[in-house]
Write a protein that binds this ligand. Sequence first.
Ligand SMILES: Cc1cc2nc3c(=O)[nH]c(=O)nc-3n(C[C@H](O)[C@H](O)[C@H](O)COP(=O)(O)O)c2cc1C
Length: 210
Amino acid sequence: MSTIAALQWRYSLKNFSNQKVDDDKINNLLEAARLSASSYGLQPYQVWVIQERDLLAKLSEQAFGQSQVRECSHLLVFANETVISDATVERYFARHYQQTQTPVGSLDGYADHIKSAMAEKSDDSRRAWAEQQAYIALGTVLTEAAVLGIDTCPMTGFDQQAFNQTLGLSQYGLSACVICAIGYREADMQSPVKVRIPREHFVRFVSLKG
Ligand SMILES: Cc1cc2nc3c(=O)[nH]c(=O)nc-3n(C[C@H](O)[C@H](O)[C@H](O)COP(=O)(O)O)c2cc1C
């Protein structure tokens, strides 16, 4: 399937079938998240995977009873880091030097620039920035899932604090910002009509000539 055909096919599934998604396909989705772009490459989030039925049932209650959480094959929880500090930047550069095999310290100037840019933000805007990065990974996962013919339902309709408590996210300095149910539709389910802004109201090509 081309990406556009896959995006036409996908929709946010409310009623999941019993079919489970294979581990290799789940790993594919997780790899798509891991390879996603992020501001400065800092990736200030993790993806937690839940497939235990009892835990999904409990989380469904904490998601206003949304059945997708209970009935999906796997639930992905995108959890952003709650504290973004110099240490976040230093961890990134340690990784960078190791993975690119470049001399340690050769990018100190750039690291300082990122630290200052982060320090200028308020706590709230650093947190919002971290959530935004997690959302980019969510988008990548939605697209990759569609290309693989896997259904998804992205969701923010859940009690963030309850999720953090149930999953013990806070003790890792994380907070759930968006979740995504993964699974398959019933075989006879057709994709509903897409409701989208018409292209002429959505895209504008701009030039200095007007
Ligand atoms: C960030 C985000 C949060 C969403 N939260 C929910 C939700 O809590 N429950 C739900 O059923 N759908 C949720 N949706 C799905 C949207 O309603 C859906 O994407 C939108 O109506 C477009 O339709 P489509 O995805 O089926 O093409 C969410 C989507 C996004 C991107």
